[in-house]
Design a protein around this ligand. Structure first.
Ligand code: R5P
Length: 313
């Protein structure tokens, strides 16, 4: 089969993500595309693509925290790039929004993960993200109908824990966290424990701790995929204070938390996060992993070995 010569990709991003997107572009040897983006006096968005994209593979690098503000602009950008003749349009969203809304708990509730997945699937040719919140869904393909790839943070976190924490004990605050905690504990060669959590409201959670007496000599490393209000972590830290363990370390893959939660958590623990959503706690980079996954996806698609899957019925 004749080898397909790849054009250099062009990476676009939305304001606020330029620094991360530039490093990503560098990591995959791509060029940064230019945009003009502003608001009309009435609040609607104006968007103009200033870089030639015809027949070029195009990537949009954009975290989907604060998705209600970002998504419309993202869809406008993807539609414009398509009209201007981009050869392909990929979305690299280190944080993928709305994955926690995966069930109807009260009648009439919107299971927003589904219409959100439809919007993204219809606008892009592929999606790469970091550890999406897969709880009641077991794979992105259950709701996303475009080629997807997931970058896992476990090895990078495991390496960081190994190099930084003396005698770590990994702790997951709830059942869902076991998938991440188990893999990090394997990568770090450290034991782990899982707590049980009940959520009563957006900012009201209760967790219960197992007997940690046998781990008295260990440093607790509490790991969750997302810290949002911070209540899950704060509640866990409250319990840990009454255990024999030393000052904990808290790790989030996706740091969605605000300044209030950040301050409350850092008073009680060392807080670090992966470099997905931009946050002062970002410590563990996943840029090499994102670059490898993106290059592999572009090659796969350009060799015709992957196509849009049909929606799962
Ligand atoms: C949900 O199950 C996630 O894994 C996190 O545990 C959750 O998003 C944390 O939320 P918060 O920081 O608001 O307690």
């Amino acid at each position: 089969m004749a080898e397909v010569i790849m054009q250099q990709p062009i990476v676009f991003t939305l304001p606020d993500e330029t620094e991360q997107a530039s490093r990503f572009a560098q990591a995959i040897d791509a060029k940064l595309g230019e945009l003009e983006l502003r608001q009309f006096p009435d609040g609607e968005s104006y968007l103009r693509v200033l870089t030639e994209v015809s027949e070029r593979p195009v990537i949009i690098f954009c975290n989907l925290n604060n998705p209600d503000t970002k998504t419309l602009r993202l869809l406008f950008l993807a539609a414009t790039l398509r009209e201007l003749g981009a050869a392909s349009i990929g979305l690299i969203a280190p944080y993928l929004a709305y994955m926690r809304q995966d069930a109807r708990f009260k009648s009439g509730e919107c299971i927003s993960s589904r219409p959100y997945a439809d919007l993204i699937s219809n606008a892009f040719d592929y999606l790469i993200t970091v550890d999406p919140h897969l709880h009641r869904y077991h794979a992105l393909e259950e709701i996303y109908t475009l080629p997807c790839d997931i970058v896992h943070a476990a090895d990078a976190i495991g390496r960081w824990v190994c190099a930084t924490i003396e005698k770590p004990l990994l702790i997951g605050p709830d059942q869902e966290s076991e998938q991440w905690v188990r893999n990090v504990s394997k990568a770090a060669g450290a034991p782990y424990q899982i707590l049980s959590k009940t959520r009563y409201g957006d900012r009201d959670v209760k967790v219960s701790l197992p007997d940690l007496e046998p781990f008295a000599q260990f440093t607790p490393v509490v790991l969750d995929d997302i810290i949002s209000s911070g209540q899950t972590m704060l509640e866990t830290l409250t319990h840990l204070r009454s255990s024999p363990l030393s000052r904990p370390c808290v790790i989030a893959i996706h740091a969605l938390f605000d300044d209030i939660a950040w301050q409350a958590l850092s008073e009680q623990a060392e807080v670090v996060s992966c470099e997905t959503v931009r946050h002062p706690s970002n410590t563990i980079t996943l840029m090499p992993e994102l670059a490898t996954a993106t290059t592999a996806m572009i090659n796969r698609l350009s060799n015709g070995t992957d196509t849009k899957p049909s929606p799962i019925g």
